[in-house]
Write a protein that binds this ligand. Sequence first.
Ligand code: PLP
Length: 364
Amino acid sequence: MTVKPRPGVMDIDPYVGGRTHALPHRPERLFKLSSNESPLGPSAKAMAACAAAAAEMGVYPDGGVQRLCEAIADHHGLAAERIVCGNGSDEILTLLANAYLQPKDEALFSAHGFLVYRIAALANSAVPVEVPEPDLILDVDAMLARVTPRTRLVYVANPNNPTGSYLTAAEMKRLHAGLPASALLVVDAAYAEYVNRNDYEAGIELVSTSDNVVMTRTFSKIYALAGLRVGWAYCPAPVVDVLDRVRGPFNVNIAAQRAAVAALADREHTDRAAQHNAHWLPWLIEHIRALGLRADDSVGNFLLIHFPTTKGKRAEDADDFLKSRGLILRRMEVYGLPRCLRLTVGAEEANRLVVEALKEFMAR
Ligand SMILES: *Cc1c(COP(=O)(O)O)cnc(C)c1O
């Protein structure tokens, strides 16, 4: 007899991240464009703070994460006591599920949404409810139509990964207005720093003006601290209280805390990363479209490329071709988009190589 995990756990497909080492014969140079990491890498000041933390690794970190919470609060104009930090925002998204989902409760999210939501729901024996998204943009009415008295969590990535689409502040407000008070809206704004649209709101305003909205953010993307694992949430006070009860006492390590404070302070580096993206994202979209491929608009640091269904020209064929050139994109089968590859905006050299390689791929 084996000890059984709770219902739902064995329905989870383990999360598989963007590849690096899965190549049969590795080309000279690899360009990892599969996990939406920043081509600029972390701030030199963040690296120095991380290195300096090594001298302190013999002692426990500050379990209250006070300095980092205060730095985040200053940076964004928030109240520090409404911020909870986590071992990546993944941890916070998971803790919300652990704390709020009972067996058979429902967690709502879009069909082409971030995989972590489904995993978190199933791990808690809850029911993942996936809202169809035929135009690859979240349909607020379709989502509201699936709300039931059992709906406890509503996860919305804004902007969404992998589609690159976003909900305007007005649409997000309309979604929130249609939810019952018994459901918590979780706005996952991992890519907020990249968005430059004036009808976008990361979630701060919505959290500030309601009792049932949480916004999560991360240091993994524009701040390029993915390897250290640090994210945070801005929450109503009762949600802070709940998360503080269920999180690990020292869930953010000492190097992560120090590096995140330094990364926030280095505004010049963050601006440079945003400017790099603002230049190269439209460049990639334009040049890929010029090859006759569909490339969707995106407000993140990545874009979705759609491939034909003809043999030799499919997404998997393109993936093989690009891989042979050392260009690693993300396959999209697990996101329900088998005809697509997701491309992270890279450094100039990588971006030019991708367009050149796709041109050859389409012409062969
Ligand atoms: C990358 C990403 C995150 C960030 O996860 P971390 O655990 O903070 O590294 C969160 N949500 C979405 C949609 C993402 O793409």
